[in-house]
Structures are given as structure tokens and as C-alpha cells.
Design a protein around this ligand. Structure first.
Ligand SMILES: Cc1cc2nc3c(=O)[nH]c(=O)nc-3n(C[C@H](O)[C@H](O)[C@H](O)COP(=O)(O)OP(=O)(O)OC[C@H]3O[C@@H](n4cnc5c(N)ncnc54)[C@H](O)[C@@H]3O)c2cc1C
Length: 457
């Protein structure tokens, strides 16, 4: 239940640093509960990495492409904004997810018969899965995902499902990902039920509250691209409450905080909510540096080049699914390709296609720095092969490079979590958020933004 101030509660003056989806969600709920907010961002636009662009009849994203309604807070954000009509969910074909193996695309099986027939997994692992409920529980909370999956499910499931999934979501590697921090639900299935299969069955049988039912696991975007959600949030917060192009730091003063930006002082603020990402913490809070919390800014980022490729007329592989992911064992240069025009309306002209492809990640960060022509050659060669098109003559080709695309939830995560908590305790009124903790997905970000607001409300 969201708190709205009653007349006996005192409205606070709050600074939110960062206007990505986390900062906007926090500011929206803070304002809604009666507080004054000022949102600061170093960029000239709101939305952080979210940016949707319309060009020549195509709509493409330069940052996140899709989210999952894995938490009720996603549905509720659209409802609370009064913009339910903006929420767009992908059709059921999004359930088809393709994996590249031995020169062909194969659908990830969703049931036992498909599981037996698929060439993605070895016979040993297909039958071995029957023994999963009887395998002993892991005892190392810092075990990496490769070892976790090998132990519970087998090598081929690691190589042809989990590895491409981690490339697709984290641009990472299961050798680096720690399930306890990156995939806590999966980790807890084993910890609480002793088995992933037994735990999943248990979870399916658990009664769901009306609120839980708002988490549908569907793929979502906003109509016209994710920027329309960002714009609706910014409008609800009010243009007068933003300071963009900021070059700022925060200073404590008489029990509250001031934000100093390009020589201008804002405040005093009762609270400062940080949502700017882990690597920037001490640029913003210089007074907290060297006080034992330095792990707060220790974070490994994956670099990513996202390439939007549009065709006015599509004549290749039928784009009847979410997209295709490429396992690292297959030694290709792209990490995967999303079929954006199959998921959401209006992303390409009728009969055409809008694809989003990704390069780089932890395994090949050097690809991101290649000149545009070299990236175009890589994408051309691989999209032609993977999606069976004779010629690569796109009508739209746009590259977006992200130096700090995705923070990895690796062994540094617990130190970061504890340093964030230490800063909050040492400096009352500072609240620490951002995608360095609490998950990288858009649902995680919306939930964290709202949680930060609720802590202050
Ligand atoms: C290329 C890419 C693809 C992705 N794809 C998906 C996807 O398909 N699905 C999904 O769920 N997630 C995806 N993600 C992850 C998801 O987009 C992010 O986790 C989420 O959008 C981050 O939101 P945020 O508000 O926490 O951070 P950001 O969007 O990074 O916003 C942080 C803001 O803080 C500002 N800031 C930083 N330093 C300062 C400073 N010193 N002073 C003032 N302001 C500052 C920045 O300018 C920025 O606007 C993707 C991410 C990237 C980069």
C-alpha cells in the first residue's frame, strides 16, 4: 500500500540524483506522497539509458528493449500514472526463444516432449534431469552460475540455455555471475526446497494474492517505445523539478544536505536519494570517500554496442518469437538478436522488420570500440547467416555504444551492498539505490525506485 502524507506528517525536501527509470520512479512516488522533489542529472535528457528513437518509419531503442512484468510494481506504475493504455505486452509468440547451434536456430523447449526431442541438450542431461530432485544441495553461497548449473542440470544445459541467457541479459558470463546475487529466486529454490524442480512445483502451488497476480511474467514495453513511459513520468513529476546538464556534488550542512551544481547551491534537502549507478557514488558524495565504504564504487561493468537494424521489407527467417541468442561455444561475434517488430506494434513499416542486435559484453569488450564500418561488417555477416537473408541491405542501421552498460552481480556484490548500507547508516538522510544493487532489470529498477520513496514516506 503506498503511503500518502496525512496532514500530521511533515513534507520533506528531497533531492534525487539520476533521472533513469529508478530515479524517475522514486521521484514520482515521492511527489505523489506529498514531498518536494528536485531531480538532478548530468545528461541533457531524462530516462538514463532508456531512449527510443523514431526514424524513417522505424522505432528503435538505444538502451533497454524489453522488460518483464516480474513484479507488481510495473503494472502499478502504469496504473498510478493513469497511463494503463501505454503499457504494451508482447504477444504469446514471445515465448519462442531461439538458440543457435551447429549452424541452425532451435527453439528452447518448454515441455517434456520438446525437451526430449531438442538437439540442444545431450541425452545424458535429458535423462539426468530426472535425478535433479535427488542431487545434494549446494553449500557455497559464492558458487558461480556455471558450477551451479553444471552440478544441478548438466553441461549442455549450461552451454545452450544458461550461457546465452546470461549473455543476453547481463552481457556477462556464467563464470562471473553469482546466483545468490544475480538470480536470487533460482538460488533460493535450491536453498529452500533442495531442488529446482521441487521448488518450482512448490511455488506454482502457492496461493497468489490479487497483488501477486499483477506480476505476469509477460514481456513489456511502452507504446511507441520505452521513452513514452519516461516522458509520462517526467511530466507527472513536473519540468520545474528537474535540473539537467548537472555537474554536481552533495555536501552535508547543519544536519541536512545541499547539492552544489556548476556553482549553484540547491537545498537544504532532508534527504538525498542516489540512483546514479555504482561507479559514480564518490563523485556525488565526496565526503563519504575514504571512510571505509570504498567498495561502494567497485563494480565490473559489461560494455555493449546495441545495433538497431531495420528493413522495409523482410524476406528472411520468419520472426515468430522473441529473438535468437548465440551461445559462447558457437564462437560468433554477435551476442544475439531481438525481433523487436514481432514483439511490439509500430516498430517497422508494414511487412518490414526491426531487429536489435548486441555485440561486446564481458567476453569481447573490444568489439564495442571498433569503427562503425567494422561493426556493420560483423553484424551483416552474422545476421545474414543466422536469419537466412541473401543480402544485407538494411533501410536503417544505427549503433549505440554503452561503456557502462550492465553491472555484473559478481563476487564484489556483497561488499557493495554492505558499503551502501554503511553509507546510509553513517550519513542519515542519504539513501542508496541504482542498479549496482537490487537487480538490473526494469522491473527491479521500478521496484527499487518505489521502495526508496516508501522508505522516506
Ligand atoms: C544497452 C542496454 C540494454 C539493456 N537492455 C535491457 C532490457 O532489454 N531489459 C531490461 O530489463 N533491462 C535492460 N537493461 C538494463 C536496464 O536498462 C537498466 O538496469 C536500467 O534502465 C537502469 O536504470 P537506472 O535508472 O538505475 O540507471 P540509468 O538509466 O543508468 O540512470 C542513471 C542516471 O544517473 C545519471 N548520473 C550518473 N552520474 C551522475 C552524476 N554524477 N550526476 C548526476 N547524474 C548522474 C545518469 O546520467 C543517468 O541518467 C539494458 C541496459 C543497457 C545499457
Amino acid at each position: 500500500m503506498f503511503v500518502v502524507l496525512d496532514t500530521s506528517m511533515k513534507a520533506k525536501n528531497i533531492a534525487v540524483i539520476g533521472s533513469g527509470i529508478t530515479g524517475l520512479s522514486a521521484a514520482f512516488y515521492l511527489k505523489r506522497s506529498g514531498h518536494s522533489v528536485k531531480v538532478f542529472d548530468k545528461n541533457s535528457h531524462t530516462g538514463g539509458v532508456i531512449q527510443s528513437i523514431q526514424k524513417n518509419g522505424f522505432t528503435y531503442e538505444t538502451g533497454p528493449s524489453t522488460g518483464v512484468i516480474s513484479k507488481p510494481e510495473v503494472t502499478e506504475l502504469f496504473e498510478d500514472l493513469g497511463k494503463q493504455d501505454l503499457l504494451e505486452t508482447a504477444p504469446s509468440l514471445a515465448g519462442n526463444r531461439y538458440i543457435w547451434k551447429n549452424g541452425k536456430l532451435h527453439v528452447i523447449p518448454s515441455g517434456p516432449i520438446g525437451g526430449l526431442k531438442t538437439p540442444l541438450f545431450s541425452w545424458k542431461d535429458k535423462f539426468g534431469i530426472l535425478l535433479e530432485p535427488f542431487r545434494p544441495k549446494g553449500t557455497d553461497p559464492e558458487e558461480n552460475l556455471s558450477s551451479f548449473v553444471r552440478r544441478r542440470l548438466g553441461d549442455s544445459i549450461l552451454d545452450y540455455t544458461v550461457d546465452p541467457f546470461i549473455s543476453g541479459v547481463y552481457a556477462g558470463s556464467p563464470d562471473v555471475t553469482i546466483p545468490k546475487y544475480a538470480l536470487p529466486k533460482l538460488y533460493n529454490l535450491e536453498q529452500n526446497y533442495g531442488s529446482l524442480i521441487r521448488g518450482s512445483i512448490h511455488k506454482m502451488k502457492e496461493p497468489k494474492s490479487e497483488r501477486d497476480k499483477k506480476a505476469t511474467k509477460k514481456t513489456f514495453s511502452a507504446k511507441g517505445g520505452l521513452s513514452t513511459l519516461v516522458e509520462a513520468l517526467a511530466k507527472a513529476i513536473g519540468a520545474e523539478n528537474f535540473v539537467l546538464n548537472a555537474n554536481l556534488y552533495v555536501k552535508p550542512e547543519n544536519g541536512s544536505y545541499k547539492v552544489v551544481d556548476n556553482g549553484n547551491e540547491y537545498g537544504p534537502f532532508d534527504s538525498v536519494v542516489l540512483t546514479s549507478g555504482a561507479s559514480h557514488v564518490f563523485d556525488i558524495l565526496p565526503f563519504a570517500k575514504g571512510k571505509g565504504f570504498d567498495s561502494a564504487s567497485e563494480v565490473l561493468y559489461a560494455k555493449v554496442a546495441e545495433v538497431a537494424v531495420g528493413f522495409n521489407k523482410w524476406e528472411g527467417f520468419p520472426l515468430d518469437g522473441f529473438g535468437a541468442l548465440i551461445p559462447s561455444k558457437e564462437h560468433k561475434k554477435i551476442l544475439g538478436v531481438l525481433f523487436m517488430s514481432s514483439l511490439f506494434q509500430g516498430r517497422a513499416p508494414e511487412g518490414g522488420a526491426m531487429l536489435a542486435t548486441f555485440l561486446g559484453g564481458l567476453r569481447h569488450p573490444e568489439y564495442v570500440d571498433l569503427p562503425d564500418e567494422a561493426i556493420k561488417e560483423m553484424v551483416s555477416k552474422e545476421v545474414k547467416e543466422v536469419l537466412s537473408i541473401p543480402h544485407f541491405t538494411p533501410d536503417l542501421f544505427e549503433i549505440s555504444r554503452h561503456e557502462e552498460a550492465i553491472p555484473q552481480y559478481d563476487l564484489s556484490t556483497p561488499k557493495r551492498i554492505s558499503a551502501y548500507a554503511g553509507i546510509e547508516k553513517a550519513f542519515p538522510g542519504i539513501l542508496m539505490g541504482g542498479n549496482g544493487i537490487g537487480g538490473i532489470g526494469m522491473a527491479d529498477r521500478i521496484k527499487q525506485g518505489r521502495d526508496l520513496a516508501e522508505r522516506l514516506a
